[in-house]
Write a protein that binds this ligand. Structure first.
Ligand SMILES: CC(C)(COP(=O)(O)OP(=O)(O)OC[C@H]1O[C@@H](n2cnc3c(N)ncnc32)[C@H](O)[C@@H]1OP(=O)(O)O)[C@@H](O)C(=O)NCCC(=O)NCCS
Length: 113
């Protein structure tokens, strides 16, 4: 759950971890009243760090509609790049979806929140 300092819940991040290959499929949703403030970027970044440090995740994947430009921009800001669906057969992408990927090594070492 993503909460403001006031305690108000404004969204969530989630991850399905596939221990067999060190991959995690991530997702996120923020109340639109809070879009455009870098809050989603911060919340997803925190989750990625947690997954890498405590769950052994080495590959982060996100599945999104090709038309979801806001989600794509968020992922690109976080260092994700489009990847081939054939490389990740366990993540079935529909014809109108795309798959994006990032490795932990691509983290910014001086990340702070
Ligand atoms: C995807 C989603 C979480 C992205 O939220 P967001 O508010 O755009 O993301 P951020 O919090 O990172 O905000 C970044 C934007 O804030 C701007 N911004 C404002 N202040 C900023 C700051 N201090 N630092 C960085 N960016 C800032 C950025 O310029 C950026 O705008 P841009 O994308 O137009 O360039 C949101 O659109 C959402 O919940 N969508 C519905 C659910 C959904 O689609 N989920 C994904 C399914 S795959």
């Amino acid at each position: 759950m993503i909460r403001l300092n006031s305690g108000e819940a404004i969204g969530y991040v989630q991850a399905s971890v596939f221990a067999a290959n060190g991959a995690a499929l991530i997702a996120y949703e923020l109340n639109s009243a809070f879009w455009g403030r870098d809050l989603a970027r911060l919340a997803v970044e925190l989750m990625l760090n947690e997954l890498a440090q405590h769950y052994g995740v080495e590959h982060f994947l996100a599945q999104l509609k090709q038309t979801n430009a806001r989600s794509r921009r968020l992922l690109e800001r976080l260092g994700f790049a489009p990847t081939s669906a054939e490389a990740w057969p366990q993540f079935e992408a529909a014809a109108d979806e795309m798959l994006m990927h990032r490795m932990p090594a691509e983290y910014s070492p001086d990340f702070k929140c």
